[in-house]
Design a protein around this ligand. Structure first.
Ligand code: URA
Length: 482
């Protein structure tokens, strides 16, 4: 039996070196046991001398290294053995990773996915609390990750909060940033983390302002912000009262509803029936959202807080596409909740479109910005970023199969048409797309916000509403036809 002791829970280099030596010496997975240095040693183990790799090499697919680097951070104590078994089998079958149903492949892929999801949750749910004031202030957060992801997630916080010294304390290890480098120290207990400060109230006010009772979906919300994170979030104390008050509002609306159903409810029924008949091989939006949370197809994920996926019912007949999430959307994890979103809400209402019945998304799903002091300045996404993100738009489109896609602005138009598409030349008319869907091009609501001249702003806003009325007309016709 070969007993391998790794330096720590995240010792990928140690695992790789040992696995290579074992494989080159033809040591079967069943003849190896793995543990971490600070685990209690088992008594009276028969040991074999440490192995040196004999001369020779072997190659594994790059995808295996990528998967193993993530999966090794999983808390499952069997992960080292499982990865060695997969490596051993890959030597016999180089294409093994393509067999998604193979139990070892599936388990490693699920572990890597869980780790990436945990990293994403850490990016989204770490809340720093200020300790000390002015020159001496230091920002400290308490977090309980599910897996061993602190070292993986720390560079994100170093980039994002480059100009403030911070520490993230966890029971496993702690990460610290002094403005120059990240350092890692042993874990601590929760009692060592501060609990309140003057930033708390700001977070609570921000959360209350972005909470939209009309779009409340408790299950989806709890999936995105699982309860176990609530206890460390300043805004958590607001969640229960906000949900209760949204439910009270909804019950009052139902109780007061006229005997005749509302127009929009009537319109929705055929779409629901159509949805039941749909091909369920298609992606489900919640699954897509989960997958997109770990997207690394372009570098924008590195500085953004989270992927901002589209939002709205799978039965929507219209998809509205914007450019990319802004500062507010990046923090909230929802599209069009900031100033451009408010402008869009107003215009939709004037055009006679109920936002809760349409699907709202962006061509690019991570916020691109440059830091300018305390502000994050929006940057237009470039063509490689738009192309890298298009897969998500295509899959949203395939999942929803709308009658109409509304491209708002040049970036959206480039994604929807798959090529640069001038706005003014194509604006305000229905254009057939190859897949039978129709598209409508219009301006982006941020363009209206930026117009300095009040008259031009009012005029352009009216044109925007007129464009959306074309979409409202399509919506009415598709409801009649269904
Ligand atoms: N601008 C966009 O294009 N999308 C958003 O979600 C917000 C602002």
């Amino acid at each position: 039996m070969h007993h391998i002791t790794l330096d720590n829970e995240t010792d990928f280099d140690g695992w790789r070196k040992a696995a290579r030596a074992l494989a080159l010496n033809d040591v079967k997975p069943s003849d190896v046991s793995w543990r971490v240095a600070d685990d209690a040693p088992e008594l009276f183990e028969p040991t074999a001398p440490p192995l040196e790799p004999p001369p020779g090499t072997f190659n594994v697919p790059a995808k295996f290294v990528e998967l193993a680097e993530a999966a090794i951070l999983h808390r499952n104590p069997e992960r080292f053995a499982l990865l060695y078994r997969l490596l051993w089998r890959l030597r016999q079958n180089h294409d093994l990773l393509d067999i998604a149903t193979d139990p070892d492949v599936a388990e490693v892929a699920a572990m890597a996915k869980a780790v990436r999801r945990d990293e994403h949750k850490m990016h989204a749910f770490v809340r720093f609390r200020e300790v000390g004031r002015e020159q001496n202030s230091h920002f400290v957060a308490w977090f309980e990750p599910e897996h061993h992801i602190v070292e993986l997630a720390a560079p994100f916080f170093a980039r994002r909060f480059a100009d403030m010294p911070w520490s993230i304390l966890t029971p496993d290890v702690c990460a610290h940033w002094d403005g120059h480098a990240v350092s890692i120290t042993p874990g601590v207990s929760k009692s060592e983390a501060p609990t309140t400060d003057r930033l708390e109230e700001t977070w609570r006010r921000y959360y209350a302002s972005i909470f939209n009772p009309a779009r409340l979906k408790v299950t989806a919300m709890q999936n995105e912000m699982p309860k176990k994170y609530w206890r460390n979030l300043p805004e958590a104390s607001l969640i229960k009262p906000l949900i209760e008050s949204a439910e009270r509002t909804a019950s009052a609306m139902i109780a007061n509803a006229a005997i005749e159903p509302h127009k929009s409810q009537k319109r929705l029924e055929p779409a629901k029936v159509q949805d039941m008949a749909r091909n369920h091989d298609d992606d489900d939006l919640e699954t897509l959202r989960e997958e997109a949370a770990g997207c690394r197809a372009c570098p924008l994920w590195k500085d953004a807080t989270q992927t901002v996926f589209g939002e709205g019912p799978q039965t929507a007949r219209i998809i509205l596409v914007g450019e990319q999430p802004g500062d507010k959307e990046d923090l909230a994890g929802k599209p069009f909740v900031g100033p451009a979103g408010q402008m869009l809400d107003r215009a939709l209402e004037e055009a006679g479109i109920d936002r809760s019945t349409v699907y709202v998304t962006n061509a690019v799903k991570h916020f691109k910005f440059v830091p300018r002091g305390k502000i994050r300045l929006h940057q237009k996404p470039n063509t490689p970023e738009i192309k890298a993100c298009r897969q998500w738009y295509e899959r949203e489109l395939a999942a929803i199969k709308p009658d109409l896609v509304v491209a708002m602005g040049a970036t959206a138009a480039q994604s929807v048409f798959g090529k640069i598409t001038p706005i003014n030349k194509n604006r305000g008319r229905l254009i057939d797309l190859d897949d039978g869907t129709r598209a409508l091009v219009t301006v982006h609501p941020s363009y209206l916000l930026r117009l300095p001249d009040a008259d031009a702003k009012a005029r352009e806003y009216q044109r925007f509403v007129q464009d959306l009325k074309i979409a409202a007309d399509v919506l009415r016709k598709s409801a009649h036809a269904a």
